[in-house]
Design a protein around this ligand. Structure first.
Ligand SMILES: [Zn+2]
Ligand SMILES: [Zn+2]
Length: 240
């Protein structure tokens, strides 16, 4: 599976990543990617930039080294209602927004609290996807969350870095991928790279899709064209 767009990447602006946007773009071009989304962490993660950093997005180029650059953010879910740490003033400058649960920002609650947090974040019209839903630290009612994503036409993430970094993630993906298939929920395959040379890394993520016979039609970032089609849907959703 040749994924053309990486939907989750970090730069030095996250505070704990190692490469600049130019370095990420050069690495993406070298790997033959057609685009990537820069998704630096929201302000509640220690070391991340204040949200006004997103105010620079309109001044960045749409392409670097021939690679399409999308403006995104990985917001933090800050409570069990699913509130996120970036306000609408700045979310409206993004092409794509991830919402993530991170232990350093919000400790895991009960299964029902975690599920409520993720479903609440999905209710935010700017939020497209939940980061690393495979994270075993946050027990989730996957069926409820996938059904919610289906109802709102939102996405599920298959995050390569998470499978490497978090033991138990692959087993959780084997639970939610069949549910995504069942309810027609699209997934985005991402590297969650914190270093330029990891941009586009998706070997584990794509192998788990294969093991689960996951239909490539449901991979939203398989081609640049398909991903841009999704972003048009997002625009429509936001204009309603
Ligand atoms: Zn994350
Ligand atoms: Zn990330």
């Amino acid at each position: 599976m040749n994924i053309e767009v990486d939907t989750h990447t970090h730069t030095v602006l996250s505070g704990h990543a190692h490469s600049t946007l130019l370095e990420n773009a050069a690495a993406a071009a070298k790997k033959g990617l057609k685009g990537f989304v820069m998704t630096d962490h929201g302000p509640n993660l220690p070391g991340a930039c204040p949200e006004f950093n997103l105010g620079t997005y309109p001044y960045l180029p749409s392409h670097i080294d021939g690679v399409r650059i999308f403006a995104g953010v990985e917001t933090n879910i800050i409570d069990y209602d699913g509130t996120i740490d970036v306000s609408e003033n700045y979310l409206k400058l993004t092409d794509y927004a991830i919402a993530g649960l991170h232990e350093i920002v919000l400790q895991s609650g009960t299964k029902s609290q975690n599920t409520n947090a993720v479903m609440g974040a999905f209710e935010n019209p700017y939020v497209d996807i939940i980061a690393h839903p495979d994270n075993p630290s946050y027990e989730l009612d996957y069926e409820a969350v996938v059904k919610k994503a289906a109802r709102l036409n939102k996405l599920f993430e298959v995050n390569d870095h998470s499978f490497v970094y978090r033991e138990g993630g692959l087993a959780n993906a084997a639970v939610f991928l069949p549910l995504c298939r069942k309810y027609g929920v699209r997934v985005a395959v991402s590297s969650d790279a914190h270093f330029a040379l990891n941009i586009g890394k998706n070997k584990l993520a794509t192998s788990i899709l294969k093991e689960n016979n996951f239909p490539s039609e449901l991979v939203v970032n398989l081609t640049l064209k398909r991903f841009e089609g999704y972003l048009k849907e997002r625009q429509k959703r936001l204009s309603l």
